[in-house]
Design a protein around this ligand. Structure first.
Ligand SMILES: NC(=O)c1ccc[n+]([C@@H]2O[C@H](COP(=O)([O-])OP(=O)(O)OC[C@H]3O[C@@H](n4cnc5c(N)ncnc54)[C@H](O)[C@@H]3O)[C@@H](O)[C@H]2O)c1
Ligand SMILES: O=c1ccn([C@@H]2O[C@H](COP(=O)(O)OP(=O)(O)O[C@H]3O[C@H](CO)[C@@H](O)[C@H](O)[C@H]3O)[C@@H](O)[C@H]2O)c(=O)[nH]1
Length: 446
């Protein structure tokens, strides 16, 4: 008999995971505490922007014409407990207000809602990113609360998907990591992931602590790589070097590799910044804080990139923001997403606005989320409208369509032809030929 799966928390991770599991052939029931999100999903619509996810939902959501009907959504915990053999927990684990530590309250309340209803054998599988030690603590909590007792087990199966590539990363991940206490959980998870494993995806079985730490380590490494190249950008700026050329040259060494060496205004999003902070906080609790002091530097190099962009813009505006208009191209933390959580672009836009400039933002997909978070910024319906009357143009999220803009057309509407490329993806020559003063980050002579 095919396993029945539930997915608890249907945000960026959970909605994608639920749809991908239906695509793999399972019957899936998704639950969220946000009834509006559940209504949207039930109608076969995606509550956020994630390329390819709408097609997947249309193919599987029950009640959609021609769908397999394998994917359903609910707000009922009882329905979830009755339905599932395997329950994936995909709720948010944000940074605590005013602290580095992870806020585990959403995971805790999901476990507390589900476990008392588990009256038959089941496996609870955590996918959220959590501090090491959480799985062991939650396994004890499940054992305490579940009426089925030992017949309910817990595993931790961290997720490595990237927004913008979430569907392909879930269906064909680089690796699957499972933290388990015994063979039954491993067997069930091998059944769930049989297809990607048959296609060659490595399946790594570990204890709870190691599985949790793999996720913390992976995001720490990625953050470090970005801050490393941004530190090189600072030195390039001081010495007159070109960080883009430098990254290309060191990347030819296979041991270093070319990926994740794009210098600019740094990393943001709902994952890397809060994950390295939570990792430092947890290491501190464990008495291992010295091991991760370098992450403090990774974080501060990253945050410095944002203030550096503010200073470059001030310079471009003749030393003061008052009475100046600044156009910001990009609001999301990365392209191909509508996610504005801890977005470097919006952070820079907000700082400049607070210091007196009139800031107008355009983003292909992130406008609604941005306006909710930063209602005092102005928003334009197109890049051209954002640039109209601007004294400086900032390119802060590397959407493909910004590379395709016509600098000559924009030159016709700007008040001053000054562009600052915070992502190092625009073509300096093209802009200069159209009469723009072009400045990039870490490329004084580009
Ligand atoms: N977004 C990513 O790219 C990504 C990738 C890998 C791992 N992660 C991790 O996955 C987790 C979820 O991240 P996300 O980006 O999907 O967050 P999100 O905020 O988009 O989604 C979380 C969802 O959980 C729901 N929720 C909160 N409490 C709940 C509860 N008690 N019961 C049921 N539902 C509840 C929320 O309403 C929301 O819809 C985090 O731990 C994150 O670090 C995220
Ligand atoms: O060379 C680079 C690469 C990325 N970034 C920035 O870094 C941030 C994060 O990018 P990315 O890692 O692609 O996005 P996420 O979707 O947040 O994915 C990260 O966080 C997820 C949540 O934990 C993990 O699952 C993924 O493996 C991990 O890549 C963005 O602001 C990017 O603009 C750079 O500045 N330079």
């Amino acid at each position: 008999m095919t396993l029945k799966l539930t997915v608890i928390g249907t945000g960026y991770l959970g909605a994608t995971h639920a749809a991908a599991m239906a695509e793999l052939g399972f019957e899936v029931l998704g639950l969220d505490i946000d009834p509006a999100k559940i209504e949207t999903l039930r109608a076969g619509r995606v509550p956020m922007y994630e390329p390819g996810l709408d097609e997947l939902l249309a193919r599987h959501v029950e009640g959609i014409d021609g769908s397999t009907g394998r994917l359903r959504f609910t707000t009922s915990w009882q329905e979830v407990a009755d339905f599932g053999d395997v329950h994936f927990v995909c709720v948010n684990t944000p940074q605590k207000h005013g602290e580095y530590a992870c806020d585990m309250s959403y995971v805790d309340s999901a476990i507390d809602a589900l476990a008392p209803l588990l009256t038959r054998p089941a496996l609870v599988v955590g996918k959220s990113t959590v501090p090491v030690g959480s799985a062991a603590r939650l396994a004890a909590r499940v054992a305490e609360l579940a009426p089925a007792g030992d017949a309910v087990d817990l595993a931790w199966n961290p997720e490595f998907l990237r927004e913008g590539f979430a569907v392909q990363d879930t269906l064909r991940p680089d690796r699957i990591v499972v933290g388990v206490r015994g063979g039954t959980a491993e067997k069930l998870l091998r059944e769930v992931y049989a297809k990607p494993v048959a296609d060659g995806t490595p399946f790594v079985v570990a204890d709870y602590a190691t599985a949790e730490l793999v996720k913390n380590a992976a995001n720490s490494f990625l953050s470090t790589k970005i801050s490393f190249i941004n530190a090189m950008a600072e030195v390039c700026e001081a010495a007159g070097g070109d960080v883009v050329k430098l990254a290309e040259a060191i990347g030819h060494d296979d041991r270093i590799g070319r990926k994740f060496l794009r210098a600019g205004i740094g990393f943001g999003g709902g994952c890397l910044p809060k994950d390295i902070r939570a990792f430092m906080a947890r290491a501190g609790e464990l008495g291992a804080d010295q091991a991760l002091t370098f992450l403090r530097e990774v974080d501060s190099i990253n945050m410095r990139r944002r203030s550096h962009m503010v200073e470059l813009t001030r310079e471009a505006c003749g030393g003061a923001f008052l009475g100046k208009r600044v156009a910001v191209l990009g609001a999301t933390f990365k392209p191909d997403s509508d996610d504005v959580r801890d977005s470097p672009a919006l952070n820079v836009a907000g700082q400049i606005h607070l210091q007196g400039a009139q800031v107008t933002v355009f983003d292909p997909k992130g406008m609604e989320n941005a306006a909710r978070l930063f209602p005092t910024l102005a928003y334009a319906p197109t890049a051209l409208e954002a640039v109209r009357g601007a004294h400086a143009v900032l390119h802060l999220t590397e959407w493909k369509q910004f590379r395709e803009l016509d600098p000559a057309e924009l030159a016709g509407v700007a008040a001053e032809r000054v562009v600052l490329d915070g992502r190092n993806t625009l073509d300096p020559q093209l802009w200069r030929e159209a009469g723009w003063t072009f400045r990039a980050m870490g490329r004084p002579n580009a």
